[in-house]
Design a protein around this ligand. Structure first.
Ligand code: HEC
Length: 719
């Protein structure tokens, strides 16, 4: 009997004695808390027992439209008092039991429509018995009753608020779609958005809505209007046509001080800025605002006049750093360039020196790259920021030769080499440095954990003909593509790859039939294919141009860019002059040789632990592995990925997101791998951890695959 009560005492101590909030503990916000710490004080799962971690449950939303391709949800689930709230890839909201994964309710923002788009999560708010889930589906902000999933009638228009109202341009013609959840300050939901990255984009104003009523309470003009500070960092009047400078990645909040911290993206157009000469505040800035009023407190610009799409990709971590024996509250901002900016939380003053250094000039007509950029001296960069021929991937002699040839043909003078007409290397690249998963911060040790991607890209600018931008009609290619997507993709698939043996692939059609034969087939149908005679009448040339164009990703990208620019121009208050506009015709193309891997030597994905008190690295390890290439390489390749790590008081760092489909747990003190599991598909979100009924779980969104195109949520626990 004695031993039994000792056991009970032990269990109670384990549950209550270590500051882990008794038998339950929430993951109540995106990235855990308002500080964006991605940290949990839970320690039931720890270094000793993590190797026995096993699948506890799977939730399968099964909501993909028929024929849909596998899709990813980037949602970091929330868990509040035993209920897990998450969005699926299709963008429905689900409330499921955090113990079993059993569905409690679901809500479809598109009311049966196609859905989709990026959504990294939802926001929870409560006041007494009033508990709400706030989230955006497309360009609508919804407030749902957290218990039932039903819209709150008194919020906005029957539970809905249009995000298009209050942004510079006519709300009827624009679509402002937030991708990361907003943050709560008292009764305000403060939220950013995603906007176009092309000419004529909308400005990414940050706004605060009253959570009770849906009323817009304040707006911060991320592109200043006449009379506002920062206006003179743009050409006169540019605020009417310039866009971007948006917070798509989420924000952090210092509740006590009442300050909200934004991480802003680049101004548009991303790669050419002749119509936005100047530093372009508040593009690429960390901005501190009074959370109650939206008034500017301080800002720090990480890139002046961005020409590389170096958005700030994640909310800053609110941290406390010991400096000269004093505890200083700070923010640590991750970036795509691979620098970590550590700034005083109240003033924005850098805590480690940051130098303005000269950087290469642009050689593109009309462009004026800013002559200097800020270089933090500490911590050292966490991603690769320069490369030479010796750094090119050499898995095979032919592969290496093709890379040398490509590398020598491009402009490259190190970090901040501007895009050029002949093509420039962009390293770390737009998915480089760290991405939307951001960093995890351990308040007990002051160590920050973050994943770095080394992923060079090529930016090549091409002048676009003014008529390509102004003409009203679509090109035949685009008309054909539009028809294809509406009438044919359900069977032959969006990528034309088909679904053999039922529906044939249409790739390489030119090798099997003539355009005449193809049009005959499309008119008459046959087998399981219906006739399309009437549907395509007059559009035969367009559909053939599309079908016989080959699988040219570049062409498709350019076509859709032009279409988006035309749309933007038609709706902006004042269209900028596009007579001398350039387009990055390779936008986001990886720097690659003949092999299907990054053109730089591994590691491509690295997990870093940085002591913020000293600015020094505690450890650094490749994360993820291409097992075939690693055999040639002799060591793990590391893999790129956007989801971020989380850190726990149990001494563990969890991260997923590589193509090797692994969810892994590392010892936070030394980076040693302690446990890993191969998921059915790539782990597509930052994990969440929570405790319910005495059991700690690790949950994350997992990408769709052939079997379950809608993806799933999986939760792991000790046996
Ligand atoms: C309901 C499913 C379905 C839809 C929708 C559909 N197809 Fe097909 N398609 C098929 C099937 C099944 C075949 C094979 C028919 C056969 O063997 O006679 C086929 C064959 C073809 C072929 C001949 C391919 C070959 O290699 O023999 C072409 C070209 C084609 N489809 C184009 C289109 C286009 C263009 C559209 C849209 C306007 C379209 N299809 C819509 C099911 C579909």
């Amino acid at each position: 009997m004695l031993s039994r009560s000792y056991l009970l005492l032990f269990v109670l101590t384990a549950l209550f004695g270590f500051g882990c909030h008794g038998k339950s503990s929430n993951w109540g916000m995106y990235k855990s808390d308002a500080q964006s710490s991605s940290y949990s004080s839970l320690r039931q799962i720890n270094k000793e027992n993590v190797r026995t971690l096993q699948l506890a449950w799977t939730f399968d939303p099964d909501d993909a439209p028929p024929g849909a391709r596998p899709a990813n949800s980037e949602c970091n689930p929330l868990v509040i008092d035993g209920v897990l709230y998450a969005t699926s890839a299709r963008h429905r909201v689900y409330a499921v039991s955090a113990a079993t994964g059993k569905m409690m309710w679901s809500f479809d923002p598109f009311d049966g429509g196609q859905g989709g788009g990026v959504c990294r999560g939802v926001t929870y708010w409560e006041n007494g018995n009033d508990k709400r889930i706030l989230f955006t589906g497309g360009d609508i902000l919804f407030a749902l009753n957290a218990r039932t999933g039903k819209p709150i009638p008194e919020f906005g228009n029957a539970g809905k608020v249009s995000m298009n109202v209050g942004i510079r341009d006519d709300p009827r013609f624009i679509s402002i779609k937030p991708t990361s959840p907003g943050i709560v300050y008292h009764d305000l939901l403060i939220i950013g958005n995603e906007v176009s990255e092309l000419y004529g984009a909308q400005p990414g104003y940050v706004r605060a809505y009253n959570i009770r009523t849906g009323r817009l309470e304040w707006t911060f003009h991320t592109i200043p209007q006449p009379g506002e500070a920062g206006y003179d960092t743009w050409p006169d009047g540019a605020w009417k046509y310039a866009g971007g400078a948006n917070d798509w990645a989420g924000m952090s909040l210092d509740e006590k001080r009442g300050i909200v911290f934004l991480a802003l993206g680049s101004p548009s157009y991303d790669f050419y800025g002749a119509d936005r000469k100047g530093q372009n505040l508040y593009g690429n800035c960390v901005v501190a605002l009074d959370a109650a009023t939206g008034k500017h407190i301080w800002h720090f610009q990480t890139i002046h006049h961005d020409l590389w799409d170096y958005d700030l990709p994640a909310p800053p971590n609110l941290v406390t750093v010991i400096k000269d024996g004093r505890r200083v509250d700070a923010v640590a901002q991750t970036s795509k360039v691979g620098f970590l900016y550590v700034l005083d939380r109240e003033t924005g003053t850098p805590l480690f020196p940051i130098e303005e250094r000269n950087v290469p000039a642009s050689d593109v007509p009309g462009e004026a790259a800013w002559p200097t950029q800020p270089f933090p001296l500490k911590p050292a960069p966490y991603a690769r920021q320069s490369m030479t021929v010796d750094d090119l991937a050499d898995f095979s002699p032919e592969g290496y030769d093709s890379l040398v040839k490509l590398f020598k043909s491009l402009r490259y003078e190190g970090l901040f080499t501007p895009p050029s007409i002949k093509g420039s290397v962009n390293l770390p690249g737009t998915i480089g440095g760290s991405e939307w998963g951001g960093a995890a911060y351990d308040p007990a040790t002051g160590v920050l954990y973050l994943k770095a991607n080394n992923s060079p890209e090529v930016d090549q600018l091409k002048k676009i003909a003014p008529e390509a931008v102004t003409s009203d009609s679509l090109t035949p290619f685009h008309t054909g593509r539009t028809i294809y997507m509406s009438y044919c993709a359900s069977c032959h698939k969006e990528d034309r790859g088909g679904d053999e043996p039922l529906y044939p692939s249409l790739i390489g059609l030119d090798k099997r039939m003539t355009p005449q034969q193809a049009i005959g087939k499309i008119r008459q149908g046959g087998g399981k294919m219906p006739p399309f005679e009437g549907m395509i009448r007059g559009k035969e040339r367009a559909i053939l141009t599309f079908l016989f164009s080959g699988d040219d990703r570049k062409l498709i990208q350019q076509e859709s860019d032009l279409l988006e620019i035309r749309h933007n121009r038609a709706v902006t208050t004042e269209a900028a002059d596009t007579a001398s506009a350039y387009l990055n015709v390779l936008a986001y193309a990886p720097f690659r040789g003949t092999g299907n891997y990054p053109g730089i030597k591994p590691p491509w994905g690295v997990l870093n632990a940085i002591d913020l008190n000293t600015g020094e690295y505690v450890w650094k390890i490749p994360v993820g592995n291409d097992s075939v290439l690693s055999k040639k390489n002799g060591q793990p390749t590391g893999l790129t990925g956007s989801p971020g790590p989380i850190v726990t008081a149990g001494g563990l760092v969890f991260i997923a997101g590589g193509k090797d489909k692994k969810l892994s747990a590392f010892d936070k003190d030394n980076g040693r791998l302690l446990w890993e599991v191969v998921l059915p598909a790539m782990g597509s979100s930052t994990p969440a951890t929570y405790m319910w009924e005495g059991k700690q779980y690790i949950a994350l969104s997992v990408a769709g695959d052939k079997v379950r195109p809608a993806g799933r949520i999986m939760a792991f626990a000790l046996p």
